[in-house]
Design a binder for this molecule. Structure first.
Ligand SMILES: Nc1ncnc2c1ncn2[C@@H]1O[C@H](COP(=O)(O)OP(=O)(O)O)[C@@H](O)[C@H]1O
Ligand SMILES: O=P(O)(O)OC[C@H](O)CO
Length: 497
C-alpha cells in the first residue's frame, strides 16, 4: 500500500478531487462545476444529486488520472462549503428538498424575529455565531415547515440533516451519519464550549434532535466507502469545513496566526488556540479544528463578495473578458478619482451584518470609466479585509503583535495588483504560499495524520513555503485618507442609518 491521500473539496461552485502523495505533493486534480439555482431573489439552491454526482465523478477521474488503485490510497479527507443544508430520507437516501446554500437569505425574517425576542445573546454565547440566515439551523426548520409531511417524518426519526460533508459521507459509506466539530460549529445548534448539540437551541430553532449527525474530531475514523464506488473500500479519515481546512493547510497552528481565503467570498480566520474568544465587534467565534478531543478556536470574519465582484465586472458589466484583466485595468486607473464600490450585492457580512443593504458606487464623475470601477472593485476586497482585521485586533489585543503577517490563498490571490493593494491598505506584509490548494491540502493533512502516513502538525508546518511576500509601500497619509473614504461609503450604504 502506498501512502496517497485523496482530498475532496466540495465548494460552492464546483467539486474538486485532489490526490496528494506521501510527501504532500499534488499528483492529480479533477474538477467539475455544477448548476446554481436562484428560484427567487435572495434564494440560492443546489441539487443534492448534483453535489453527489460531481463529487463521485471527480474522485474517479483523479484516481484514474494518477493511475492508482484503491489500495494505493491510505485515506480520504473531505472539506466542504459550510452551512449549506441538506435534509434527506434515511430509508431512501434521497433529499426531500434542494440544498439551501449558505448565501441564501430566505430565513432573514425568522432570524429577525428571534433577535427581536431577545434570543441573540444566548445564541451567540453558546454558538459563537449571530442570528443570521447564513447558518444552517433556520434553513433546516424552513425545510421541515415547507415540505409537506416533513415535520411528521422528522418526529418519527425518518429524516436526517447534514451539511455537505455529512451528505457526502452518508452516500460514500452507505449510511454513516456523522460530521466534524468545525462543521457542527456553523449550524447555530452546537455549543462550541461544551462541544455538543444544545437541546435548548434545538427547541428554540425548532429542529428535532433525531435529525442530527454524530460529531467527531476533524481527524477520525468516519467509515469506509462502499466497494462499488472505487472498486474496493477506501477509509474516510478527515472532515473539516473549507475555511477551517485552509487554516490547517496554511499551517496556522499557533495562536495569533491569520489566514484569509479569497474565492467567491473572503473568509479570514485568526487562530486563538484553546480559548474561544467572544467577539465584541460582530465577528464569529468558531472551531478551527478538533484533534484528539481538543478544540482549537478561531475568530472569523466572513465577507460574502470578494472574487464575485470580479465576476460581476466580467459577466454583469462586461468590462473585462477574464478575471486576470481586472488587475491590468486597475493599474491603468486615474489616481485622482476617488471611486468606491461597496459590493453589498447580497447584503454585508462581518462586521456589519446588514442583510438588507445593497451595493453602491460613490465618487463617479464624467471621466470615470471601466478602469476606475475595476480598481474600486479590487480595492473593496482590501478595505473589507482591513475592517475584519481591525475588528480582530479590537477583540483580541494579543493579535496586534502576534499577527503581523497575513497568509492568503484562493483564486483571487493570483492577482499581484490586489495582493500589493492588500498589503498597502493593511499596512502589513501579505504572504502568498507556493501551494495555493490550501483547502484541499488541509483536508489531506487531517486524513494523512489519522492514517499515520503524514507527520504531526509541527512537521507539517515545515511544509509551508513562501511564493511571494507583498510588503506595504503606501504613504500613511494616503492610506488614512483612502480608509476614511471607504468608511464614509459604507456608512452611506448601510440600510439602517
Ligand atoms: N487574476 C485574478 N484577479 C482577480 N480575481 C481573480 C483572478 N483569478 C481568479 N479570480 C477570482 O477568484 C474567484 C475564484 O476563486 P476560487 O478560489 O476558485 O473560488 P470558489 O472556491 O469560491 O469557487 C473568482 O471569483 C474569480 O473572479
Ligand atoms: O465554497 P467556498 O470556497 O465559496 O466557501 C464557502 C464557505 O464555506 C461559506 O461559509
Amino acid at each position: 500500500m502506498s501512502a496517497h491521500i485523496l482530498a475532496i473539496d466540495q465548494g460552492t461552485t464546483s467539486s474538486r478531487a485532489i490526490l496528494f502523495d506521501a510527501g504532500q505533493r499534488v499528483v492529480a486534480v479533477a474538477q467539475e462545476e455544477f448548476e446554481q439555482h436562484f428560484p427567487r431573489s435572495g434564494w440560492v439552491e443546489h441539487e443534492p444529486e448534483d453535489i453527489w454526482n460531481s463529487t463521485l465523478a471527480v474522485c474517479r477521474a483523479a484516481i484514474a488520472r494518477a493511475k492508482l488503485a484503491p489500495r494505493d490510497i491510505a485515506g480520504i479527507g473531505i472539506t466542504n462549503q459550510r452551512e449549506t443544508t441538506v435534509v434527506w430520507d434515511r430509508a431512501s437516501g434521497r433529499a426531500i428538498h434542494r440544498a439551501i446554500v449558505w448565501q441564501d437569505r430566505r430565513t432573514a425574517e425568522t432570524c429577525a424575529a428571534l433577535r427581536a425576542a431577545g434570543h441573540e445573546p444566548k445564541v451567540s454565547g453558546r454558538t459563537g455565531l449571530i442570528l443570521d440566515p447564513y447558518f444552517s439551523g433556520t434553513k433546516i426548520a424552513w425545510i421541515l415547515d415547507q415540505v409537506p409531511g416533513a415535520r411528521d417524518l422528522a418526529k418519527q426519526g425518518r429524516l436526517a440533516f447534514g451539511t455537505v460533508d455529512s451528505w457526502l459521507l452518508w452516500r460514500l459509506t452507505g449510511g454513516s451519519h456523522a460530521t466534524d466539530a468545525t462543521n457542527a460549529s456553523r449550524t447555530l445548534l452546537y455549543d462550541i464550549h461544551r462541544g455538543a448539540w444544545d437541546e435548548e437551541l434545538l427547541d428554540l430553532i425548532r429542529v428535532p434532535r433525531s435529525l442530527l449527525p454524530e460529531i467527531k474530531d476533524s481527524a477520525a475514523d468516519y467509515g469506509s466507502t462502499l466497494s462499488d464506488f472505487f472498486g474496493a473500500p477506501i477509509r474516510i479519515l478527515g472532515i473539516a469545513g473549507d475555511q477551517q481546512a485552509a487554516v490547517v493547510g496554511q499551517a496556522c497552528f499557533k495562536p495569533g496566526m491569520i489566514k484569509s481565503t479569497y474565492g467567491t467570498g473572503c473568509f479570514a480566520l485568526l487562530n486563538t488556540g484553546g480559548r474561544a474568544v467572544a467577539s465584541k465587534n460582530r465577528l464569529l467565534t468558531t472551531v478551527a479544528y478538533q484533534l484528539n478531543g481538543q478544540r482549537s478556536y478561531a475568530l472569523e470574519g466572513a465577507i460574502f463578495i470578494a472574487g464575485a465582484a470580479v465576476q460581476w465586472l466580467r459577466d454583469g458589466l462586461r468590462i473585462i473578458a477574464n478575471a486576470a484583466e481586472s488587475g491590468v485595468l486597475a493599474e491603468a486607473a486615474d489616481l485622482n478619482q476617488e471611486v468606491y464600490l461597496v459590493p453589498a450585492f447580497v447584503g454585508l457580512g462581518a462586521p456589519y451584518w446588514d442583510a438588507e443593504a445593497r451595493g453602491a458606487l460613490f465618487g463617479l464623475t464624467r471621466s470615470t470609466g471601466p478602469a476606475e470601477i475595476a480598481r474600486a472593485a479590487l480595492e473593496a476586497v482590501c478595505y473589507q479585509t482591513h475592517d475584519l482585521l481591525e475588528a480582530m485586533h479590537a477583540d483580541w489585543p494579543e493579535a496586534q503583535s502576534a499577527s503581523s503577517v497575513l497568509r492568503v490563498d484562493g483564486g483571487m490571490v493570483a492577482s499581484d495588483w490586489t495582493m500589493q493593494c492588500l498589503a498597502d491598505i493593511l499596512d502589513a506584509p501579505v504572504d502568498r504560499p507556493r501551494i495555493l490548494e490550501t483547502t484541499a491540502l488541509g483536508a489531506a493533512y487531517l486524513a494523512g495524520m489519522q492514517a499515520g502516513v503524514y507527520p504531526g502538525l509541527e512537521e507539517l508546518t515545515r511544509n509551508w513555503h513562501l511564493d511571494r511576500r507583498f510588503t506595504p509601500a503606501m504613504d500613511e497619509g494616503v492610506r488614512r485618507h483612502k480608509l476614511a473614504g471607504w468608511k464614509d461609503a459604507v456608512a452611506r450604504t448601510l440600510s439602517k442609518r
